[in-house]
Design a binder for this molecule. Structure first.
Ligand code: CA
Length: 486
């Protein structure tokens, strides 16, 4: 019966998007930023309490082998939002902030979830962190999002009194280049193309906007991309949230926990709003973090996983991941076969019959048949990762994780049996060269499908030229001071 209804909905979508709006599923992605694998209750956190985030896992499916496609923010989000390995289109770095550079961000010929769902009648909103480019052509409103409430850059300060610049250009173009760097953390928020004055702690602002969007669009099929920048640095939490974490000794970990408490409250409000409006059973919600926790930087905890943000050991790419769709997705299920953030787009596209361009194939699969048990196979025979600048390629085939460090930082070849050694302590390469060779062949074939070069210079390269500017500025100041003394 459900399948028939689904087909009916899909066929109606093609003819009239209004008719059965109430039956067409809404989609919500709740993304956190730099949250550690072990920092949710559903993955066993002892000190960080996430009762609302846990509802997504407990009332839905928890993925114990959920991956993102890259170990830092920008490229990971590019994979999530297109459902394609971002290396295919050269999104191999964090984009640099430059509103005059249209190449720095999501290429215009790639389609994001919002752009795919738009033609089948969805209203889309991104609330929070964008990070897909700051050129006007790359602005969310020009990329299929009907609504945008947040900021364009890869991070932000959390207290409203810190937000002083009217836009990224104002921060970047100020006289002192020292202050220009990361000035984008200090821009006022945007609602669509309007600068707005805010009064609340940033995470609360974003949660408020999410609740308002759902209420406003309750009668239309909607896609909400709730892209929290918490708990990314700077570690800043309001007193209310700190007070609720007094069981954790004062310090970085308490502040980090307090930032997650704010997110968890927001998730609770989103779920309560769905419930109040009777949208619960008609809304598919995903929760995940965009990459592993940088444990030293933000006091996150990746648990038994090795490494963290920026690395291709599990700690960098294996993230807290859950989905909830009451009545459609089994409750309380633990799904352990490897899945990817790439699957989110594929799931949405499949459920709505949204057209996908043949020359831009998706790399994910619809997860629903896998979690319902209809399909007992593996969603992915193999998953891949590439860090172009570091020369790292990794694959997971079944339980075999292979990493090739082409620049030899950790030794050239690594092979781990994740079933018995999730912490990647024992490199089995020497005993299993044949297996490694097989995975290496796959890596090479996959890598050949990707762009030869990154599509833009990226944040780290921009930082180098910025440092030169600072040096020149300082020298000029010194000269001036000497002159003044004379
Ligand atoms: Ca991140």
């Amino acid at each position: 019966m459900k399948i028939i209804k689904q087909l009916l909905v899909a066929s109606l979508l093609l003819t009239n998007t209004q008719l059965l709006a109430a039956d067409i599923p809404n989609f919500i992605i709740i993304l956190t930023d730099d949250q550690g694998y072990a920092d949710v209750g559903f993955n066993g956190s002892k000190d960080i309490r996430t009762p609302n985030i846990d509802r997504i896992a407990n009332e839905g499916t928890k993925f114990t082998n959920g991956y993102v496609t890259y170990a830092v923010c920008g490229p990971s989000r590019a994979g999530l939002l297109t459902g394609r390995y971002q290396g295919r289109f050269g999104f191999d770095r964090n984009p640099h902030m430059d509103p005059t550079d249209v190449t720095s961000g999501m290429p215009l010929d790639e389609k994001m979830i919002s752009e795919v769902l738009n033609p089948v009648g969805y209203t889309s909103s991104i609330i929070g962190k964008w990070h897909m480019g700051s050129h006007p052509k790359l602005h969310p409103n020009n990329r299929g999002f009907d609504h945008f409430y947040g900021f364009l850059a890869g991070g932000h300060r959390y207290f409203p009194e810190d937000l002083i610049y009217k836009d990224i250009a104002e921060g970047l173009n100020q006289e002192n280049p020292k202050k220009a760097w990361t000035s984008w953390y200090l821009t006022k928020l945007l609602e669509n193309d309007k600068r707005i004055e805010t009064t609340e702690y940033l995470t609360d602002e974003l949660s408020n906007a999410a609740v308002e969007f759902i209420k406003r669009e309750k009668d239309n099929p909607f896609f909400l991309y709730l892209s929290y920048n918490a708990p990314h640095t700077p570690l800043q939490a309001s007193q209310e949230y700190l007070d609720r974490n007094q069981h954790i000794p004062a310090g970085k970990r308490r502040t980090y926990a307090a930032m997650i408490t704010a997110v968890d409250d927001g998730v609770g409000r989103v779920l309560a709003t769905l419930d109040e409006l009777g949208l619960d059973e008609n809304t598919l919600v995903f929760f995940l973090s965009d990459n592993g926790g940088p444990e030293k930087k933000n006091a996150s905890d990746n648990g038994e996983l090795r490494g963290g943000k920026g690395e291709y050991f599990e700690g960098g790419i294996h993230v807290p991941f859950a989905m909830r769709w009451p009545g459609r997705v089994p409750a309380g299920l633990e799904y352990s076969k490897p899945i990817s953030s790439l699957d989110i787009m594929a799931t949405f596209a499949d459920l709505t019959n949204a057209p996908i361009a043949k020359d831009k194939p998706l790399d994910g699969v619809n997860l629903i048949p896998y979690v319902t048990g209809e399909n007992k196979g593996q969603p992915h025979d193999v998953l891949f990762w590439r860090n172009f600048d570091k020369g790292i390629i990794a694959t997971r085939r079944g339980n075999d994780k292979a990493i090739l460090f082409q620049k030899n930082k950790h030794g050239q070849e690594h092979l781990y049996d994740l079933d018995n050694d999730l912490s990647e302590t024992t490199n089995l390469y020497k005993e299993n060269k044949v297996q490694f060779e097989k995975q290496q062949q796959e890596m090479k074939a996959w890598n050949n499908k990707l762009a030869d070069q990154p599509a833009f210079k990226g944040l780290l390269m921009a930082k180098k030229s910025h440092e030169q500017k600072v040096k020149a500025y300082n020298e000029q100041k010194k000269k001036q001071n000497k002159k003044n003394k004379k």
